[in-house]
Design a binder for this molecule. Structure first.
Ligand code: 13P
Length: 128
């Protein structure tokens, strides 16, 4: 099953919830994994179940990066806050880099996230 990682910085979490609600029908066919707080909000504010890793600043981004290395993740939607410095910037950079290394599609803003979700849905349909 298509596995998608969903991650959002605090200022972007409401955008993530909005995106997830808009694509709920598509995402319900995917296996979802998220960093801790993002996952908690998706669970409580949408109808979707999602596996939760640790919160980003304490290793959640790194855990998702490890899944990318293992070939377990088909795409990542990572809504980053471009206006706020993050204490775990090295972890964020490592996740972005490892997605590039393994050619895993990574979206860092909402509109790119729509393309990634729609593209993964199209791929899933064509392999059915
Ligand atoms: O910090 C994050 C990504 O870098 C997100 O972590 P949370 O979903 O736990 O807020």
């Amino acid at each position: 099953m298509t596995r998608v990682a969903l991650i959002a910085h605090d200022d972007e979490k409401s955008t993530m919830i909005d995106l997830v609600e808009e694509y709920e029908a598509v995402l319900s066919n995917f296996d979802l994994v998220a960093t801790g707080t993002t996952g908690q909000r998706i669970r409580t504010e949408t109808g979707l179940d999602v596996e939760r890793k640790e919160s980003g600043p304490v290793g959640g981004d790194t855990q998702i990066g490890a899944e990318v290395v293992e070939g377990e993740v088909d795409g990542v939607v990572f809504l980053q806050d471009p206006m706020t410095a993050q204490p775990h910037e090295p972890d964020i950079g490592a996740l972005v880099r490892i997605c590039d290394v393994h050619d895993v599609p990574l979206a860092t803003c909402r509109s790119a996230g729509e393309y990634v979700i729609e593209g993964l849905a199209r791929d899933a349909e064509s392999t059915d």
